[in-house]
Design a protein around this ligand. Structure first.
Ligand code: GLU
Length: 268
């Protein structure tokens, strides 16, 4: 049995994070083809007996698209207003597509403060438990419309790693617009090689991650490595894979050699 089979095949509770660049066009409007493609795979994954939680970005992006703004606003209230508009569009779209496949979704908007208080953390855990018990697919995002900087996760890579840790997930799949972690920036270096598996997140691995994210999203590779640290140290394996590749979730789950797998630490 190889590591992929060991850490992926048996995974029962799976968190899937989808980034803004995968869900929206550059103008912020939702890429319905992509959303439906992902929803179909996630619905099917749940039908196969897995518990699935979706952490979705794209609220601010979709709000920007709907409001016809040219770019991501610099001003915080403008951004939060875009999030308020976009979150509704996102949920409406997920609700529509998932219900076409007979699935029920539930929205959870969360802030860092919600999980830093014992009682609120317990509450959040209980809500996830009940939703999963009832076969609901929770759709999670940061509560961008009201959250202030001090209590912000700031990016959904970190948020998804926290959620995966809180609910005791077995696997976190981060879907991005890149195939995984490379040993150098593939945009600058055509000889950069995709790293298949990471057992230990050391300085060399941190060094492989550049900084930049996409125009509408927040995270780049650096936040994904930070997420990998949180997830693996809480016993959750994580894989970074390209959300734009056809059937990517199926390919990950059937242990094909795609993306970069970060192996969970054993003693947690
Ligand atoms: N929560 C933000 C949104 O929905 C995205 C944060 C991120 O890009 O990681 O727009």
């Amino acid at each position: 049995m190889n590591d992929r089979q060991k850490y992926i095949e048996g995974a029962k509770r799976i968190v899937i994070k989808v980034g803004t660049s995968t869900l929206t066009y550059k103008n912020g409007l939702l890429n319905l083809y992509m959303v439906e493609h992902l929803v179909r795979q996630i619905a099917d994954l749940q039908s196969s007996g897995k518990e699935v939680v979706v952490v979705t970005s794209g609220a601010i992006g979709a709000g920007i698209g709907k409001l016809g703004l040219k770019e991501k606003p610099k001003d915080i209230p403008e951004n939060q207003a875009a999030a308020a508009v976009g979150q509704g569009i996102l949920m409406n779209t997920y609700e529509k597509f998932f219900s076409e496949y007979g699935k029920t979704v539930g929205q959870i908007l969360i802030t860092r403060e919600d999980i830093s208080h014992k009682d609120r953390l317990l509450n959040a855990k209980n809500t996830f438990s009940v939703l999963l018990e009832r076969g609901v697919i929770p759709i999670v995002n940061e509560n961008d419309a009201i959250v202030v900087d001090e209590i912000k996760f700031g990016d959904n890579d970190t948020l998804s790693a926290r959620v995966a840790s809180i609910i005791g997930a077995d696997l976190l799949i981060l879907l991005s617009d890149i195939d995984g972690l490379y040993n150098d920036n593939p945009k600058d270096n055509p000889n950069a090689v995709l790293i298949d598996e990471v057992m230990q997140i050391d300085d060399k691995i941190v060094g492989c991650a550049g900084g930049a994210g996409s125009e509408l999203g927040t995270g780049g590779m650096a936040t994904k490595i930070k997420a990998a640290k949180i997830a693996t140290s809480n016993g959750v394996s994580m894989i970074i894979a390209n959300g734009e590749v056809r059937d990517i979730i199926r390919n990950v789950i059937s242990c094909e050699n795609v993306g970069t797998l970060f192996v969970a630490k054993k003693n947690s």
